[in-house]
Ligand binder design. Structure first.
Ligand code: URA
Length: 433
C-alpha cells in the first residue's frame, strides 16, 4: 500500500480496502508512517466520513495494536459500561455493585480524569489506601470470586489510538464521528468486554451538544460493536447540567453512597438504574429492561448493592467504615456559598463550566502529572427547574483556599436564572440497540 494513494482515495470519497486500513494502523503504530501523512488521512476522514466496514476495520486494528485483555478465565458474560464523559457522573459506583449483586461479572479497567471530567480511578482513590493497581491474575481472581474489581489501565492498551488521538488533538480532527467512535470502541474491545452499554451524553457538558449528533455517534458505535461480535446498546442521556448535586472526587463518592443507601438525587438513581438494567439484560440475568429496572431497584432498596460496594472497597484496600460514614471521607477547609443575584427559575447550568470550576479548585488535572485534591469541588443547591430568591445560595464551593472570588463569579455565571421556568429536558432521550 502506498500511503499517498490511501489518502487520495479517502479524499475523493472512494471506498478504501480493509487491508489498507489494517496496514495503516500497524505501520503508523510502528513509526513507519509519518505524522503528516496520518494527519492528512485523518482530515480526509473528517470530511468524507467512513463506511461501516471501514470504521469496523479501523476499530479492530486499533484494538489489536497493543495488549488485549483476555477475560476468558472469568465465567459469565462480561458487560462493560462506557460513558462518553460528563460532569458529576458517578453512575459507575452504583451500577457496578448493582449488577455484581445479580451475578453479572464487572471487570472494569478505568482511567484517570483529564480536563473538565473526573476519572473513576481518581474518585475511588478518595478512599485512603484504595488499590487501583492490580496485577492481572489478582484482578481476574477478584472478579471470579466476588464478581467485581475495578483497576487502573495497565499495559500497552491501544497504542494506535493513543498516537492517533494525540495527532487529532493538534490537527483539528477530534470532532469526526467515525474517528471518535472507533477510538472509544477500540478501547472497550481491547479491555475484553463481551457486551457494551454506552452512555452517550448530550448537552453543554458533553462532546455532543445536540441530539442529532449524539444519535449519529451512538449509531456508529453500536454498529461497530455489533460488527465485531459484541452486543452493544446505547442510552442517550442528558448532560446539559451536571448529573446529581455534587462534583468533585470524595463529594461524588458520597453522593453515590447516598444512592446505594436508597437516597440521593433522582437523576443519578434513575440513570444508574436504567444503565444497570441494560447490563442485566446483556448479562443474561433478565428478559427485558423493565425486569432489569425492577431488579436494580430491589437491590438498591434492600441494601444488597451497598453491601457489595462495601466489601469491594475493603477487598481493594479501602476502609469499609467510610462507606457507612461517608462524611468521614473528609472535607475541604472552606465552604463558600454562591448566591443568586436575582429571583426566578433556574433554566440552565452550564455543565462544562461547573466541571472546569471544580478542576480549578483542584479536583481535576490540567496535565497528566498534576496531583489532585480529593476534597474540593462544587455542590449544587439548585438544579434546573427550581425556584430561587435573590440572595439564596445556589451552590457551594468546597475549597482549600479562601480567596476564590473569581470562581464564585464563574459558577454564578454558569447559572441561567429566568423569570419563567423552562420546559424540562428528559434525563434519557432515547435508547438504541
Ligand atoms: N474519547 C475518546 O476516547 N476518543 C475520542 O476520539 C473522543 C473522546
Amino acid at each position: 500500500m502506498r500511503m499517498v494513494d490511501l489518502i487520495a482515495q479517502k479524499r475523493d470519497g472512494e471506498k478504501v480496502d480493509i487491508e489498507d486500513i489494517e496496514t495503516f494502523v500497524r505501520e503508523y503504530t510502528d513509526g513507519n508512517i509519518p505524522d503528516y501523512q496520518a494527519s492528512a488521512l485523518a482530515m480526509a476522514i473528517y470530511f468524507q466520513g467512513m463506511h461501516k466496514e471501514e470504521s469496523s476495520a479501523l476499530t479492530k486494528a486499533m484494538a489489536a495494536s497493543g495488549d488485549q485483555l483476555d477475560l476468558s478465565a472469568i465465567s459469565g458474560t462480561k458487560v462493560d459500561k462506557h460513558s462518553t464523559g460528563g460532569v458529576g457522573d458517578k453512575t459507575t459506583f452504583i451500577l457496578s455493585p448493582l449488577v455484581a449483586a445479580a451475578g453479572v461479572p464487572v471487570a472494569k479497567m478505568s482511567g484517570r480524569g483529564l480536563g473538565h471530567t473526573g476519572g473513576t480511578i481518581d474518585k475511588l482513590e478518595a478512599f485512603p489506601g484504595f488499590q487501583t493497581e492490580l496485577d492481572q491474575d489478582h484482578f481476574l481472581q477478584l472478579v471470579n470470586d466476588y464478581k467485581i474489581a475495578i483497576a487502573g489501565q495497565t499495559g500497552n492498551l491501544t497504542p494506535a489510538d493513543k498516537k492517533l488521538y494525540a495527532l487529532r488533538d493538534v490537527t483539528a480532527t477530534v470532532d469526526s464521528m467515525p474517528l471518535i467512535a472507533s477510538s472509544v470502541m477500540s478501547k472497550k474491545i481491547a479491555a475484553g468486554a463481551d457486551a457494551i452499554v454506552l452512555d452517550v451524553k448530550i448537552g453543554s457538558g458533553a462532546f455532543m451538544t445536540d441530539l442529532d449528533s449524539a444519535k449519529e455517534l451512538a449509531t456508529t458505535m453500536v454498529d461497530i460493536g455489533k460488527s465485531l461480535g459484541r452486543q452493544t446498546v446505547a442510552v442517550l442521556s442528558d448532560m446539559d447540567q451536571p448529573l446529581g448535586n455534587k462534583v468533585g472526587n470524595s463529594l461524588e463518592v458520597q453522593e453515590a453512597i447516598d444512592v446505594l443507601r436508597g437516597e440521593g438525587p433522582e437523576d443519578v438513581r434513575e440513570l444508574s438504574v436504567r444503565l444497570a438494567a441494560h447490563m442485566l439484560v446483556l448479562g443474561g440475568k433478565v428478559e427485558d429492561v423493565s425486569a432489569g429496572e425492577a431488579l436494580a431497584r430491589t437491590y438498591l432498596q434492600d441494601g444488597r448493592a451497598l453491601k457489595v460496594f462495601r466489601d469491594f472497597v475493603e477487598r481493594q484496600g479501602g476502609d469499609p467504615a467510610l462507606v457507612d460514614q461517608p462524611e468521614r471521607l473528609g472535607q475541604a477547609s472552606f465552604q463558600i456559598p454562591v448566591k443568586a443575584t436575582k429571583s426566578g427559575y433556574v433554566t440552565h447550568i452550564h455543565a462544562a463550566n461547573i466541571g472546569q470550576a471544580a478542576g480549578r479548585l483542584g479536583a481535576g488535572r490540567m496535565t497528566k502529572d498534576d496531583d489532585i485534591d480529593y476534597h474540593v469541588g462544587i455542590e449544587l443547591y439548585r438544579k434546573v427547574g427550581e425556584q430561587v430568591q435573590k440572595g439564596d445560595p445556589i451552590a457551594v464551593l468546597h475549597a482549600n483556599e479562601e480567596s476564590v472570588e473569581e470562581l464564585v463569579q464563574f459558577v454564578r455565571d454558569s447559572y441561567e436564572i429566568s423569570e419563567w421556568s423552562a420546559e424540562p429536558r428528559p434525563l434519557i432521550f432515547s435508547e438504541m440497540e
